[in-house]
Each structure stands twice: as C-alpha cells, then as structure tokens.
Ligand binder design. Structure first.
Ligand code: FAD
Length: 476
C-alpha cells in the first residue's frame, strides 16, 4: 500500500484511527470461516463523515475497501481478498435513540446485537432477531448478511426490523433510505436492497430498527426423539397445525453426541436419543400455556420422551445450553467442517433429513445437522479429516450433491450466512444467467469501479476447488 494513501487516511482520521501493524492487518483480515487475507491498512472511523472521507480517498485511488463488524461471518464476507482498507466499526457502537412511544431504535453499525437486545429489554421492548453469535456480532454485520436466528419462525429475520438506513456509497456520497415509520413507499426500496447485500453495495453507517413489545410470558420445552425422522415429523405436525412458537430448533443425534463429548456432560445426549427439539412459546400467559400443551402433545404423538418444560430464566438457560455450544463442539468429530446453512420449504424437513442420510451412506462421512427446523433452515455440516485427501474430496462432492438435492426440493443454498466466498462457486446453480446479470448491473451502478468488498458473491470470483478447502472451518 503506497505511503501516500496511508498518509491521507491519517490526515482525515488522525493517527490513532489508522493501523498498518501487520498483526492488526492479519487479525482484521479473517472471519468465522477462518479464511484470511491480510488488510493493507485497518481504519477505525467514529463518524459517518469519516467513512465518507475514507470512501472518497479509496475511490480516487481505486483502492479496495471492506466494511467489518465483529468478523463472525460464516461465508468469508469480511475477508479483504484483494487487500486494501478494512473499515472496522468497533468505535461506531452507540445506541443513538430508543423511542418507546414510536417503537424504534437508532443505532450505529458497531453495536453488538445482544447489547441492543439488553438495552431495549430494559424498557420493556424487544428486538427479536437472535443469531447464535449475538454476544459478538454487530447490527451492521446482521444488516449486511440479513442474519436470522431461532426466533425467525415467529418473528422473522433482520430485514423485517430495518426501517431505515444511512449509508456511504463507494464514491463517498451519503444516502438515507426509509425512515422511522413502519410504512414508507417513497421511491425504490433501497433499504431492503441494502439488507443482505453482504457489504458489496454500500457501507451502512446508521440503522433505524423496528422494536416490538417484550412478550410477558415464555415457556421453553425440550423433547428427545428416537430418531431425527421422528423429530422432523413432529416439526411437520406442528407446522400443519398452524402452531407458531417463537422457536423450533432441531438437533440430530450425532450433534448431541458431539456436544456431550466436548462438554463431558452425558445428560445432553441420553441413551437412545436420536434427536432433540427445543420449542419456545412466548406471548400472553394463557396463550403460551395453550400453545405449550399443543407442542407437548405433538411431540409425544411422534414418539418423544423426556419432554421437559422450563419456566424460569435459569431453567430456560439450562435447556438452551446444548444448543449454544454446538458449533465448536462439532470439531470433536473431525478437524474440517463445511457448514451449509441450506433451507427447504418448511414441510419438507423430513425429506431433507432423508437426503442427508443418503449422503452419509454415499460419501461415507459424518454429517451432523441441526438448526431452525421451523423455517426449514438446517445447518448441515459435512465433516472430514483435513489430512486425508480422499475424505476432503468426498466432502466437497457431498456438498455439491447436498446443494443440488436442496434445490431439487425447492430450497435455497443459503438461508442465513450469505454467499461471500464460501458459496460463490454454487450461486449459479440457484440463480439464472439473466438473474445474475441483473445483479451485476446493480453492483455496477452502486460501485462502478468495483472497489467495495471486491471478489465476493459472483461465480467468477469463486475460489478454485483446491482453495475452497481452505475456507472450511478447521479445528484450531
Ligand atoms: C458461533 C456462530 C454462530 C452463528 N450463528 C448465526 C445464526 O444463528 N444466524 C445467522 O444469521 N448467522 C450466524 N452466524 C454468522 C454471523 O454471526 C452473522 O452473519 C453476523 O450477521 C455477522 O456479523 P458480524 O458483525 O460479525 O459481521 P462481519 O463478519 O464482520 O461481516 C459480515 C459481512 O457484513 C459486512 N458488513 C459488516 N459491517 C458492515 C457495514 N457497516 N456496512 C456494510 N457492510 C457491513 C461485511 O463486509 C461482511 O460482508 C454465526 C456465526 C458464528 C461464529
């Protein structure tokens, strides 16, 4: 990176907001996939005007720039594959306003999702989107990835809460989209275009979020099933009965076993448990009790055992414990994990698990699976020994067969994590040539020089198969 460019960044930001320290550039060049490429320089803006100035410098010098939240992304989105400037938003972490009367909050992009939830809960309000990474990830990253979580079944995902945005275009221009109202049909809906655009169209500098009332009552149920198919049938039964719990989380037996091994707590995987379902009902107390009874009956009708109900925060925490430790726990199975956050139409969850069973047999690999069964969004993890070339090759073949099978079921190759680097090789299996061409034209109109988060999403940027092995998560 030329000295002159760093000098100009220091001029507008001050020396304390610019780092070329190789260790900092390395750290801010990786994300949750552990894919990494060092940034040339990391900047820590604390105001929109600074972001705009950075963008102007980058566009004048045609320097790549990548926005970064907490770096928990699971698709390589925040990795600066072409080097350049990484804009880290940890200093723009203010909750600017919580409006209790009009039910919205205005926040900077670096606010940690869980911190916002705690702050609004303090005044009896609720921000429902709950990615499992909520204690680390930021609202800016959630907006860019349109993050979802267990509560999406009832409450929807991030996009359903974004009312308005302030964003900086790669040219440095500052735009405002939407506003503070739940209704707004003025002009093109740029707010919803930017949500889920993976930091490739604009840099978000302020977000206005819709809030709802904190539900007064919550009941959480946990049930074990003899097989994943019994649990999947219970989910289908609940969906058919139009029950709308807040969450419907499913964990298969191999995953339970890994959690029990990793934590040393066998109660998390009792003998004979082939799957676990965690169902949370919330709302008015009477409605919650009625719904919990329907859920328990549906689970028992599909062969559930050990149906337990939690009513206090401590009891609830205990039931969620296994679910929360899954991601790292899976690494006890094998050193390489290829996480696929696929999604199928809700009623086809049993078909998806039949497909996964078939893949396990055909490719002779462990494929532990868990996820947001109520949405049909399951994390299917293909595991392999990274030192065994044959296993790694089979793992990638299994991923391709999985994605094709999911598309044949009418599903989608990513429900939460986005395309980034990890799924760029597969996007053209889901989107037609014409659809991708329309998306390229959009990218071109927002970012004519291609400097904002370059090398992401489109198939021409997909890493070669041999490099894809590097993107998968590895045991540290
Ligand atoms: C243990 C674990 C559990 C997870 N569970 C879930 C889950 O349940 N649901 C889910 O959806 N995801 C989950 N994820 C993935 C990840 O946490 C989400 O994608 C999250 O939204 C990323 O936020 P972040 O702040 O870490 O963003 P980063 O990883 O820093 O960035 C992600 C993308 O957002 C862009 N970006 C960041 N800030 C801005 C900005 N201000 N303007 C424009 N673009 C920006 C980046 O350029 C990048 O493309 C999980 C990850 C981990 C590690």
């Amino acid at each position: 990176m030329p000295h002159a460019l760093v000098g100009r960044l220091v001029e507008v930001l001050g020396v304390s907001r610019v780092s070329v320290d190789p260790e900092v550039c390395r750290q801010f060049g990786q994300d949750g996939t552990r894919q990494s490429h060092a940034a040339d320089v990391v900047v820590f803006p604390d105001a929109t005007a600074q972001v705009s100035a950075i963008a102007r410098i980058c566009s004048e010098t045609r320097t790549p720039m990548v926005a970064r939240g907490a770096g928990t992304g699971y698709s390589g989105g925040a990795v600066p594959v072409r080097g350049g400037v990484v804009l880290a938003f940890e200093r723009m972490n203010r909750i600017i306003a919580i409006d209790e009367a009009s039910l919205y909050a205005i926040v900077e992009p670096g606010v940690v999702t869980g911190d916002l939830q705690d702050a609004v809960a303090g005044v009896g309000l609720f921000y429902p989107p709950d990615p499992s990474s909520l204690r680390q990830c930021t609202i800016g990253g959630n907006v860019a990835e349109n993050a979802g979580g267990p509560r999406a079944f009832k409450y929807g995902v991030t996009r359903h809460y974004v009312l308005g945005l302030e964003a900086v275009l790669p040219s440095g221009e500052v735009i405002r989209t939407g506003g503070k109202t739940v209704k707004n049909v003025v002009g093109y809906d740029l707010t919803q275009l930017l949500v889920g655009s993976e930091g490739t169209l604009a840099i978000v500098t302020e977000i206005t979020l819709r809030l709802v009332s904190l539900p007064p009552a919550v009941v959480t149920l946990r049930a074990f099933f003899p097989t994943i198919h019994h649990a999947a049938e219970a989910v289908s039964r609940l969906v058919r009965q139009h029950a709308v719990p807040a969450t419907l989380e499913l964990v298969d037996g191999a995953t339970l076993d890994a959690v029990a091994k990793a934590t040393g707590d066998r109660t998390l995987a009792p003998a004979g448990a082939g799957a676990m379902l965690i169902v949370e009902c919330d709302g008015l107390p009477q409605a919650v009790d009625a719904e919990a009874a329907i859920v328990a009956a549906a689970c028992r009708a599909e062969g559930a055992t050990g149906v337990v109900e939690a009513r206090t925060e401590a009891e609830r925490d205990e039931l969620w414990r296994a679910r929360r430790t899954i991601s790292p726990a899976l690494m006890v199975i094998a050193g390489l994990k290829i996480n696929n956050d696929i999604v199928v139409p809700r009623a086809l969850v049993p078909d998806l698990f039949a497909l996964v069973d078939d893949l396990k047999r055909r490719f002779r690999l462990p494929i532990p699976s868990f996820g947001h069964a109520g949405d049909g969004n399951i994390h299917v993890n293909v595991m392999a020994n990274p030192d065994d070339a044959d296993q790694v090759a089979r793992a990638y073949a299994a991923v391709e067969a999985l994605l094709d099978g999911v598309l044949a079921l009418g599903g989608s190759i990513s429900g939460e994590h986005g395309i980034g680097l990890s799924k760029a090789a597969f996007i053209d299996r889901e989107l037609s040539v014409d659809t991708l061409a329309a998306m390229r034209r959009l990218k071109q109109s927002f970012d004519p020089m291609g400097i904002l988060n370059p090398g992401k999403i489109f198939p021409e940027f997909a890493p070669a198969p041999v490099e894809r092995a590097v993107i998968a998560e590895r045991r540290s």
